[in-house]
Design a protein. Structure first.
Length: 279
């Protein structure tokens, strides 16, 4: 597992919060005929199943320590086999204390990306990263806080909405500079306001892509969309854009849902075929 990557003056650290239960290909990609998996079974599937990983990234940039997404949270999580999140321990393993985080930035507002925002055992809830500003995509904020959506997203009520009352939250949009070396790129489809983050330093480029790409099979099959994508046409368009940037610019991609040994990679083109190449 490559846990650290240097992009110019930037340092990216790969973290792991949880390995959730695997899911069947039909469950995760419900619009994909199971026979279409045949060329990818040995390379992509784990004992015939789609295995995701709940990874996060820390970026050291311009004197700031930036945490991109906060995993699923402490748990135990009944919907994940009773497992617990481990992000704080993994931060400690790489020598970072929660109070050293300067910025928490979210790619989107799904449960497995906002879980370590607030300690809900405290009354009132207290931030796990007490010295950080929490940056939330404005389009996702507007979408998930609508009453008809909020009722189905209790994790937003618990782990995101209180940030506003605590005056810890800022909204951001496309093209926002998290630092001079980290810029948001709207990559909608998985959620309406899903963001990726472009890293540019010393002539080198990378992108932290959130859930724009869930599995490396989508490098070869970018039209395959996860069942939870709210806009599958936009999801495919965003995925193709990131893939094209990687091919044309040599841009490294940091993909938190890939196996920890494959979190960092590029898209490699062989004729008309594109595949994931770990760096």
């Amino acid at each position: 597992m490559q846990e650290k990557l240097q992009i110019g003056n930037l340092e990216i650290l790969s973290l792991m919060d949880m390995v959730p239960p695997a899911r069947s290909p039909e469950d995760f990609f419900p619009d994909v005929d199971i026979a279409l998996w045949d060329p990818y079974r040995s390379e992509v599937l784990d004992k015939g199943m789609v295995q995701l990983y709940y990874g996060c990234f820390v970026v050291r940039s311009k004197g700031n320590i930036v945490l991109v997404d906060t995993g699923i949270g402490p748990g135990p999580h009944a919907t994940r086999g009773g497992q617990k999140g481990d992000l704080l321990n993994d931060l400690g393993r790489v020598g970072i204390k929660p109070e050293e985080i300067d910025i928490v930035v979210h790619s989107h507002l799904h449960i497995d990306h906002v879980g370590w925002n607030l300690d809900l055992s405290s009354d009132p809830p207290r931030p796990y990263f007490p010295n950080a500003r929490y940056l939330v995509p404005s389009i996702d904020w507007d979408y998930f806080t609508r009453p008809e959506n909020l009722i189905n997203a209790p994790w937003v009520s618990e782990n995101v909405v209180p940030l506003k009352a605590l005056s810890l939250m800022d909204l951001f949009g496309d093209g926002f500079n998290v630092t001079d070396e980290i810029t948001s790129l709207i990559t909608p489809g998985h959620t309406p306001g899903h963001m990726s983050f472009l890293l540019n330093s010393g002539g080198q480029k990378a992108a932290i892509i959130g859930d724009a790409i869930h599995s490396k099979v989508q490098i070869s099959e970018p039209s395959w969309c996860a069942g939870v994508d709210v806009d599958k046409i936009a999801s495919e368009r965003s995925r193709r854009d990131l893939i094209e940037r990687s091919v044309s610019q040599g841009m490294i991609i940091a993909a938190g849902h890939f196996h920890p040994n494959e979190h960092f990679g590029r898209v490699h083109q062989h004729g008309d075929v594109r595949t994931w190449e770990t760096v």
